[in-house]
Design a protein around this ligand. Sequence first.
Ligand SMILES: [Zn+2]
Length: 401
Amino acid sequence: MQRVVQAELERVTRLQAGLVQGARLWNQPVFTDNFRLEAEKGAVVGSNLPEVPLTSTTMQAGLRGYKGYLESLSRFNTVGKLRNLSVSPSQVSEARGNHATVDRVEALLRLVGQLQPLTTYLAGAEGNLSSDHSWSVRAAAVRDALLVDVRRFGKGDDPTRAAPVLQQELETLKREYVVVYTEEHRRLTLNAQADDRRERLSRDPRLASVRTLSTVGLLDKAQLSGWQQALTALVTCRTFYEGLLEDEPTCPDCHLHPAQRSRSAPAEQILDDLDRRLDALLSGWRGALRNALDSDSARQSIAAMGHDEAQPIAEFLRQTDDDPVIPSGFTTVATAALQGIQTVTIWEGELMDALANGGLPCTKQEFERRFGEFLRLQLHGSDARTTRLMLTDRELALAAD
Ligand SMILES: [Zn+2]
């Protein structure tokens, strides 16, 4: 008898610990001891009290009673003592009631333990889809009905559905989730093939050209950075397959939470759009530069440049607007032309006079000093980057007038 008593004592102690930990299903407490009325501004506006409340206090009382009864029995540990054992009929019936409670607690905790992995998975799955998704709506209904059934079972009432039925329902919900998530994953991420396309787009010659052109101050760089951000924001998942969702509701590779992107366009469609936007960006910027370089002030600036210096601009203007090849050195001259080029005319006679000033012949160093001083005076107050020098013969200039 003592062996049985000891085994029962161990069982009760284990169940007491289980009750203290507080059983949870779907991230919600199974016992409703701590449910309180929600008050707002002093007025009771609602109650989150569940449909079927289940408190652990009566269960704990049952376990304590049964434990006390077992401990009293364990004192009769010899045949002699056993002869003096007398238990009243009321004690027996109380012990019988408490024993039933112990069995119920054990069955409840076993059921919770059995359903827990699936409900934890489904709670995580719920977080991945927006709350108005049809699956989420169904899941919320299943969760509420499940908690009602489990609490009813805990109270000793007849549950409407048996454990295998509940388990089956959760399994079905999980399978449906895997289908939904897989579809969302396919829609919102780039697979290996699409990711290769993204990779090619990031190395596209058109993008290199647009980047080069972006150094010309006239153009709106935000268009380019917006394009690059959109390309970077695309989620890539090259190796996804349904089986990855067996143990966890979120793709372990890309950690996609579809709820956060529910209004996003399909990833491959965004990629198509970006391809088209790159065409538009290149031709738009080329067109804007063509117009700007055609303005009177820019034409004057270009005319003030030497033929070789202005060569990249001439080449650029000959190209079509979809040409991804930007002539070498174009952005520097184009920037200068658009900023406005000033011409400083140097008269040959004045230059000759300046070089001869102080007497000739002279040393190389002296000759260089006189030339440097002359240039400094001529260019005084002008920006070397936007200034070009002209050499003119006064006699010829006068004759031309
Ligand atoms: Zn993924």
